[in-house]
Design a protein around this ligand. Sequence first.
Ligand code: HQG
Length: 208
Amino acid sequence: MDAGYCESCGFFEDRCGCGRGRVLIKGRDRVRISKFLSGLLRHYPDRFGIELDRRGYARLEDVLDILKERYGIGEVELRAIVELDKKRRFEISDGKIRARYGHSVDVDVGWTEDKCIPEKLYHATSPENLASIMKSGLLPMRRREVHMTATPEEAIEVGMRHSNTPVLMEIDTRRMAERGIDVRKKGRVFTADHVPPDCLRVVGWKKT
Ligand code: HQG
């Protein structure tokens, strides 16, 4: 969906409520730039000479220089991407920008948005991973943390990235707490360092 800005409505998606706003970025470009930004801030800042601090923040100015050169966009367009992101992937504060989750580089995002963690969380994966997950639990693999969602639907959507027939798992966060394993909330996503096999169970399969 296109993203825009209006003096009275603020950032908007698709169409401005009062009709006076203007579109800043087309939907397709928005997705492309968001994907690039995820890569830059989670996986390969070095490739573009970007330095992340230990909390994962880059200087907004440096990131804007790169975006300007690659995509011809400026700060208001970047802010529209960040503000309108449904999964709240990014965060801008004090002239800095970071990805909230999903990193493979060594940073410690280090905050929990709130203490209210649901009793059940969900994760969906490819059937091929199941045997290994039942043995070792969910591991971060190439990222820093395991990712979980609040609803089965969101988990299935994530699982569909790996397989057309993902397996849905339910995670018992009380049991995780009993094991002393923290669950953190980052944007819409929940994360943990590890989910032991006895804290999860398979609850369904999505058939094609
Ligand atoms: C699997 C997207 C074998 C795990 C999403 C998953 C998410 C194991 C894969 C975020 C395993 C890793 C992350 C074990 C875990 N043996 N396989 N012991 N433990 N796995 O992409 O959770 O759109 O790194 O089940 O929405 O799929 O980028 O993790 O299938 O929030 O913002 O190893 O990425 O967010 O895959 O996705 P990923 P994920 P964005």
